[in-house]
Design a protein around this ligand. Structure first.
Ligand code: SF4
Length: 139
């Protein structure tokens, strides 16, 4: 694969707390590779399945199929994420530029998605996530 990695809206937020866990080895290796390339090249914001989804066992027919409603829910998450980040599909951006915005929007994301997310215990292992959630003194 060459060119600028494509990332969908919610991945622009959730992946700041990636700590090496994922659905399977292929998924995790691809994710690490994409994050490395993203930090070097930047990224293009995409709609729908992105370069992370490409190696996901839940991607079927180009749609997120982890359960019967997941594609609609994920698309809604992507739209909400892009609204918070004030980014549009097709825009090119840098990882550090997104990272600077995360502290400002974190609580909106926490309230709306993290509390009901099946990955929340994994994110809780990440020091940056705990810092945003509980404050620096309770990391
Ligand atoms: S296909 Fe669904 S579960 Fe898999 S990475 Fe994409 S959004 Fe996440």
């Amino acid at each position: 694969m060459s060119g600028i990695p494509k990332l969908r809206g919610h991945h622009l937020i959730c992946l700041h707390f990636f700590n090496g866990r994922g659905y399977n080895r292929e998924f995790v290796e691809n994710l690490k590779n994409i994050l490395k390339r993203t930090s070097e090249l930047g990224m293009e914001i995409s709609l729908g399945a992105d370069d992370i989804c490409r190696s996901c066992p839940h991607l079927r027919g180009g749609k997120c199929s982890s359960d019967e409603n997941s594609n609609d829910e994920i698309v809604e998450m992507d739209q909400f994420a892009l609204g918070l980040l004030k980014k549009a599909p097709g825009a090119k951006t840098k990882w550090h530029g997104i990272k600077e915005i995360i502290p400002e929007i974190f609580n909106f994301w926490l309230e709306r998605y993290c509390k009901k997310c099946s990955w929340k215990d994994v994110c809780e292992e990440d020091p940056l996530y705990r810092e945003f959630k509980y404050g620096k003194d309770r990391r």
